[in-house]
Design a protein around this ligand. Structure first.
Ligand SMILES: [Zn+2]
Length: 163
């Protein structure tokens, strides 16, 4: 695997069967990790209908991790009834550090990114304009372009701390 792409589901706090088809791992409101229908390895060579389609134009080699949250999000003033929670966020970061260890990934903007960042770098894909993650409710002072590096820094911290 070459990278982890981090999403929000734009759904409720617990994964649905539909969401499980699209992400490898889904983090619920309590920080519990749910496994999706497909394994990360199924995305090494994406065969139609047999991989987790989470990032248009970027699924090959990509592990998809999603926060179960953010249904109804409009903007930082109207975040809906399912904002990402602090515990949920931290558990996801710790889990990503485990994935980093398991797959021997580095932690840099090419290997750990949000779907939003992927869309910025790949404007000709269907990921262009994706808004996950442009707002992180537990850390509302972060701007959309700071969230990726904040996430990488968090994952680094968990990795160094030991997971
Ligand atoms: Zn996404």
């Amino acid at each position: 695997m070459k990278r982890i792409i981090i999403h929000w589901s734009a759904g409720g706090y617990y994964p649905t069967d539909f969401e499980k088809e699209h992400y490898h791992f889904l983090v619920d409101k309590d920080g519990k990790i749910h496994t999706g229908k497909f394994r990360p390895e199924d995305n090494e060579f994406c065969k139609p209908g047999r991989y987790a389609a989470h990032t248009g134009g970027g699924n090959t080699g990509s592990i998809g991790v999603a926060f179960c949250a953010m249904a109804g999000f409009k903007n930082s003033a109207q975040t809906g009834n399912f904002p990402i929670l602090k515990k949920q966020f931290e558990c996801a970061m710790e889990f990503c550090a485990r994935l980093v260890n398991k797959y021997g990934l580095e932690i840099n903007p090419q290997t750990i990114m949000t779907h939003y960042e992927f869309g910025l770098k790949n404007p000709r894909t269907t990921s262009a304009g994706k808004i996950d993650i442009i707002y992180l409710p537990p850390y509302p002072w972060l701007s959309r372009d700071d969230i990726g590096s904040f996430i990488r820094s968090k994952i680094k911290w968990y990795k160094i701390k030991g997971v």
